[in-house]
Ligand binder design. Sequence first.
Ligand code: NAD
Ligand code: UD1
Length: 343
Amino acid sequence: MTKERLTYLLTGGTGYIGSHTAVEMINNGYEVVIVDNLYNSSDVVVDRIEKITGIRPKFYPYDVRDKDTLRRVFEENSIEGVIHFAGLKSVGESVDRPLDYYRNNLDSTLSLLEIMKEFNVNNFVFSSSATVYGEGNPSPYTEDMPKGNCSNPYGWTKSMIEQILTDAAVANPELSVVLLRYFNPIGAHESGLIGEDPQGIPNNLMPYVSQVAIGRREKLTIFGNDYDTPDGTGERDFIHVVDLAEGHVKAIDYAKSHKGIEVFNLGTGNPYSVLDIVNTFMEVTGAEVKYEFGPRRAGDLAAVWADPSKSEKVLGWKATRDLRKMCEDTWNWQKNNPNGYKK
Ligand code: NAD
Ligand code: UD1
């Protein structure tokens, strides 16, 4: 007898984290349906997922906010649960265009929850961020710490959506919600077929480093070398995106067998500095990364890392890929796709 393949909807599934999660889900026997309006991704990703897994996920190029088209997706597929990746994610842009960020990120979540209710779908996993811990908490962050003030509208959308989901779970005892607070995902699938493909000038460290290495940018500016950290540069909890993707498969298992809302950190628990990243990247790849020191970036914290022990204990998940592997796989993706997904 063949086992029934459960179908999960991945909103934002052609994006960086969604595409890696789609691969892990398919490899774990799930059927994957993707809804993504391609605002920040490419439909080439669907081909690449098929190339890696041998299975083509169903893809709808829709906006998650549009309930009429979303309803069609639920009518055409027997959806067991949803992983909600879709959202705008650029911190700087969110400061300039706060209304777009609130409109897109909040509306997409509300539309999704309403349609899920119509179809009695009750498993929901949400892409939250370590940014919700705010400034007041010391690292390592544990899930029971109070949330803090976010330094930008993007962060507030995550914090507000966490609240919306908390209230929804109280009102509907059938609902199972898992909030995943990601730390700093980097790296790529080891095939080099999918990876992070930022549009324009990258805001985040690792894509910038790899674009300098490949010759697309002249040099990296390190934002501050006077922090109270061992080498003066900022420290973060960098996590391989495939480890992160595996965390989603565990989160789905958890959501299937629990009700209510639960929050989990997805990080390694090991802080590395900006200079650690640059030096390890150069060592592993042999590529040169020119850099200079500049002033601190507004809103940055000195050191941010996770206590991932709850995820290990409750989800049975632990990140296993080290910093060298993160650099190696980033470089493999960058070398094979110097211009990202552009043909
Ligand atoms: P991404 O931009 O690569 O993926 C998000 C996808 O959502 C994109 O493909 C985009 O086209 C799509 N999208 C946006 N709005 C949509 C809408 N209204 N309807 C349909 N599709 C829409 O980003 P990512 O890095 O893969 O991040 C995925 C999620 O994880 C986001 O919610 C992000 O805020 C969150 N997150 C990311 C990080 C990170 O460092 N990458 C850290 C913490 C949290
Ligand atoms: C940032 C966001 C966070 C978001 C996350 C993933 C801010 C304040 N925080 O986290 O809300 O969830 O991205 O999208 O923007 N750095 C440089 N030079 C660069 C780029 C970065 O030195 O060109 C440094 C930063 O100062 C920081 C570290 O590298 O110390 C990591 O930066 P980044 O990759 O942007 O991630 P976060 O700031 O941790």
